[in-house]
Design a protein around this ligand. Structure first.
Ligand SMILES: NC(=O)c1ccc[n+]([C@@H]2O[C@H](COP(=O)([O-])OP(=O)(O)OC[C@H]3O[C@@H](n4cnc5c(N)ncnc54)[C@H](O)[C@@H]3O)[C@@H](O)[C@H]2O)c1
Length: 253
């Protein structure tokens, strides 16, 4: 798919990797539907995309809410006239150990609320957005559609992240399943599993803590949001790619 003039929805595009994805694809000529919960952040992303000469609009919705997601895709098609791509990027963490014992006694456990909130956004949100995007692409009869799920290196198992690791393994598997189901409608899929990416959150860490993260990476540097956008661009542009997950982690795993 040539991204020029294509309509792409990016969830969680208010900041971080999502903003990096939105602006990089805008630089390739894509029109961007910016989806997030934060109005001010979305406005900044929309302005950055517009400065690159493309149309961009903000949509404040919760990706875990079925009715809001259904409305989102109808509005996007109304506003832009089409839909060619979706990047499921919105995500949260609520880290904690499965169980923690102190002096032989149970001290803490991951709460159902901790588990459920991450599953709701990171897994159910991806399911809902992927489903609604596929419906619109099929109804519109687009020549080619692309759906990308942002997974994580945590998909291989991650200390203190029972909820997050399960969701991130899940979204890689959704990409694989959808590749099989949606190929007949000319929809390709893919997932990207970032390692540690240099977002505002990491920039704000204490230098020693940040250095520890860097030292764990074979390439001895953190990834940039651009590196994730490059992987997404590869998935969009390569029409023999579908269903696989691109680990983009500097060799971290
Ligand atoms: N930063 C990393 O190192 C890293 C590594 C691996 C994977 N990831 C994944 O990449 C994605 C983006 O990460 P990031 O570091 O940019 O995160 P971030 O927290 O900086 O940005 C996430 C964005 O998603 C939005 N969001 C959260 N819940 C939402 C909801 N229910 N509905 C709509 N929007 C919602 C937030 O408002 C925020 O703007 C996430 O899926 C994350 O799990 C990040």
């Amino acid at each position: 798919m040539d991204l020029n003039n294509k309509v792409v929805v990016v969830t969680g595009a208010g900041r971080g990797i999502g903003r990096g994805l939105a602006t990089y694809l805008a630089g390739k000529g894509a029109k961007i539907a910016v989806v997030d919960l934060n109005d001010a952040d979305m406005e900044a992303t929309v302005k950055e995309c517009e400065a690159l000469g493309v149309e961009a609009r903000a949509y404040r919705i919760n990706v875990a809410n079925e009715a809001e997601v259904e409305q989102l895709f109808s509005r996007v098609v109304q506003d832009f006239g089409s839909l060619h791509g979706l990047i499921n990027n919105a995500g949260i963490t609520r880290d904690g150990l499965l169980v923690k014992f102190v002096d032989g006694k149970l001290d803490k456990k991951m709460t159902l609320q901790q588990w459920q909130s991450v599953i709701d956004v990171n897994l159910t949100g991806v399911f809902l957005c992927g489903r609604e995007a596929a419906i619109k692409m099929i109804e519109l009869g687009v020549e080619e559609g692309v759906i990308i799920n942002i997974s994580s290196v945590a998909r291989y198992g991650s200390f203190g992240q029972t909820n997050y690791a399960a969701a991130k393994a899940g979204v890689a598997t959704l990409a694989e399943t959808w590749a099989k189901e949606l190929a007949r409608y000319n929809i390709r899929t893919g997932a990207i599993a970032p390692g540690t990416i240099n977002t505002d959150m990491i920039a704000a860490m204490k230098p020693e803590a940040r250095e520890r993260l860097v030292q764990a990476v074979p390439l001895r540097r953190l990834g940039e949001t651009r590196n994730i956008a490059q992987a997404a661009t590869f998935i969009f542009e390569n029409d023999y790619f579908t269903g696989r997950c691109i680990d983009t982690d500097g060799g971290l795993r």
